[in-house]
Design a protein around this ligand. Sequence first.
Ligand code: CP
Ligand code: NVA
Length: 307
Amino acid sequence: MIKPNKLTNNNFLSSLDVSSEEFIHILDIAKNFKNKNLKVELENKVLGLIFDKSSTRTRVSFQVAMSRLGGTTIDLNPSTSQIGRGEPIKDTARVLSRYCDVLAIRTFDQSILEEYAKWSTKPIINALTDLEHPCQTLADFLTIQEEFGDLKDVVITYIGDGNNVANSLILSAALFDIEIRVACAKDYEPNPSVINKANSLYKKKEVKITHNPFEACSGTDVIYTDVWSSMGEENLKINKDKDFKDFTVDKNFINNANQKAIIMHCLPAYRGKEITDEAFESKNNRIFEQAENRMHVQQALLACLLS
Ligand code: CP
Ligand code: NVA
């Protein structure tokens, strides 16, 4: 019977904090949890949630995952704790890691997360930063694996802003030598250091960046999109809506992809912006499977980090 193995890294701050073998192990554990073939007891373990930005899926899926493991969660809302009043991270992290067994943190700059990891004696999980959203990518790859079986011949096309979701997707694609195409408006390319890291990981391929979303869908298995303006970019929304006007995922894009191509979106979605209602609701949609898988992969991640 499979059981969760301890991960090499104590933290999960980036998609690259796990090896390809560890990534597949997390997906295997997640599938066993999903099929109710595995029971892991983390009785008395406590997960602290620190969210500097809004969340529905990440917050609730972590809470339910921890409860399924027999542990509990504390929602450390920054506005009602001393975090919101500016208590230094190095003090907060040293205190909270004496109470909690693991912390999941959603914040702005990646350096804030790294500061928590530096001072915490317990594992830190990236629940989304401006740079990465690695828990999302675990769920995305589980969804892709469930659909296509083997990951290695899959082609993924990400259409939209070169943001946190795109960055983590790119890094994990490179880890598995999977072809990824990113179709974005000019000047909205993914972070150059992410592209360099991914290209140095690729054995035979490289990240394909294009400004033509329709062409990027040709022969693809996955069409993935996300909001054009991420949390914290509300002031850029008017310009970004203009700059991305030709990047709305619609039926034409889907018709240009492989016949069995699936549509993915990490949610929340803005219909009529990054995706039409018709494309969102089409039979190719695996968006809600993807959302459900957040819970299974995070249950697996917690079991591995705390085992
Ligand atoms: N996809 C995702 O992370 O959703 P939330 O912002 O609702 O957590
Ligand atoms: N890129 C989006 C993802 C939300 C889950 C954001 O950061 O707001």
